[in-house]
Design a protein around this ligand. Structure first.
Ligand SMILES: [Zn+2]
Length: 78
């Protein structure tokens, strides 16, 4: 998924300097926790800053976030 550092760098330049953003690897590592906090009604963005800006700028991780939310949310609803 993240074996294209050149492409990621090019994209980063394209998007310009924004909020300090984490990479896909770090995003993926923290996504479980982020979704748990979200579903618990806690401030996930305060606990894991950088994740939301990354999700906003990365369709792949956003999709992963959506499906994880559906998965975890579905489990909790059962
Ligand atoms: Zn990503």
């Amino acid at each position: 998924m993240s074996d294209r550092p050149d492409l990621k760098q090019a994209l980063g330049r394209l998007l310009g300097p924004a909020a300090p953003e984490i990479g896909c690897d770090a995003c993926f590592e923290q996504l479980d926790r982020y979704v748990e906090l979200e579903l618990a009604g806690q401030d996930a963005d305060a606990t894991l800053p950088g994740l939301r800006p990354h999700l906003d700028g990365c369709p792949a991780c956003r999709e992963e976030h959506e499906s994880l939310r559906a998965l975890v949310g579905g489990e909790q609803a059962l």
